[in-house]
Design a protein around this ligand. Structure first.
Ligand SMILES: [Zn+2]
Length: 335
């Protein structure tokens, strides 16, 4: 997804700035920890940074050329001074770290520098982590380590304290929407889906599901029932809603959609109409936004989030949804 330095700048501006500064000011750390959710560009950034350290024709102090022999070998995983470690099976084992250390005790093959990256660093066994710790405690001036993880809370504090932590934020839905449009998703679906996932595969699957198209209509209908005829909302649940939302995963998706509708209502109240997800509801939302206090709206949104949490535990989903609908009915004339 991110292949170029300027794409990283666009997607993760803070990360870009920190890495650029350390490179330009010649303050590259001995060890970095790249942490953040799936699909936020950590792996790509690690590769880019490696290239920028080894590239023969760097520009602007940081941008690798992508076609010199070093760039090409890093891209294909064949650079003798750049090593990548990944879990062997379920974990990263002590032997893997030891092999790495042996490799690093040798002189760099082609330059004075060496770099290693450890992907899924949270999967190190305790022994592997302790081996790595010793390695990090004797920093070699010419060695750079990049640890990458989606689960920073699982990294040993002793390791954490020896790394410069670089946090990757979730991507803006706007950026992911562009990717979806390029993949042939319709504008209205791309807007909704970009707020529900940032995983392209899952997004395209959702886009092609008849179930998902129907789910959007049914959630809008539930909202419209709540606002125009709240006493019928429970009946609507029984008669139509449960027939479509059967599995917990489906109900969870439905709650996400409902939350987005209320968030749209909030955006109308805040006069941020350009952020609407359900554009076709704008007229209805304009009307409703005047009738509900921002405090009551915030309560309704948190009631939905609460239902999502309770869904995770072994809850009776029928009761959960009925309770939710009752909570959403209360407190104002229509919703
Ligand atoms: Zn290059």
């Amino acid at each position: 997804m991110i292949g170029k330095w300027n794409e990283l700048e666009q997607i993760q501006p803070d990360v870009y700035r920190m890495l650029k500064n350390s490179r330009i000011k010649n303050r590259v750390a001995h060890a970095y920890l790249f942490e953040g959710g799936k699909g936020t560009g950590k792996r790509e950034a690690a590769l880019l940074f490696a290239k920028s350290l080894f590239c023969e024709q760097i520009t602007e102090g940081i941008v690798p050329c992508d076609h010199c022999v070093n760039c090409k070998r890093i891209q294909s995983g064949n650079h003798p001074d750049v090593h990548v470690l990944e879990p062997d099976g379920l974990s990263i084992k002590k032997e893997q770290i030891q092999t790495l250390q042996e490799e690093f005790s040798k002189k760099a093959v082609e330059s004075s520098k060496k770099l290693y990256a450890i992907f899924h660093a949270d999967k190190m066994t305790n022994q592997a982590a302790n081996s790595l710790l010793k390695f990090l405690e004797e920093p070699n001036r010419e060695t750079t380590a990049i640890l990458v993880t989606e689960q920073v809370q699982r990294i040993l504090p002793t390791i954490l304290s020896r790394c410069q932590v670089i946090s990757f934020k979730p991507l803006s839905p706007i950026y992911f929407k562009e990717t979806l449009l390029q993949n042939g998703v319709s504008p209205s679906n791309a807007t909704v889906i970009s707020h529900l996932t940032q995983n392209l595969e899952e997004a395209l699957q959702m886009n092609s599901q008849e179930w998902f198209a129907q789910a959007q209509k049914i959630m809008v209908k539930l909202y419209e029932t709540l606002r125009s005829n709240p006493l019928k909302a429970l009946l609507y649940l029984q008669e139509e809603w449960f027939a479509h939302f059967k599995e917990k995963e489906q109900i969870d998706r439905g709650l996400d959609l409902l939350f987005l509708i209320y968030k749209d209502l909030l955006h109308v109240q805040l006069d941020k109409r350009n952020q609407l997800v359900f554009n076709h509801l704008e007229k209805v939302l304009e009307h409703d936004a005047l009738l509900i206090s921002s405090q009551r709206l915030a309560e309704k949104m948190s009631v939905i989030l609460d239902a999502k949490k309770r869904l995770l535990s072994n809850t009776n989903t029928q009761l959960l949804m009925e309770q939710l609908v009752l909570n959403l009915q209360e407190g104002s004339s229509f919703v």
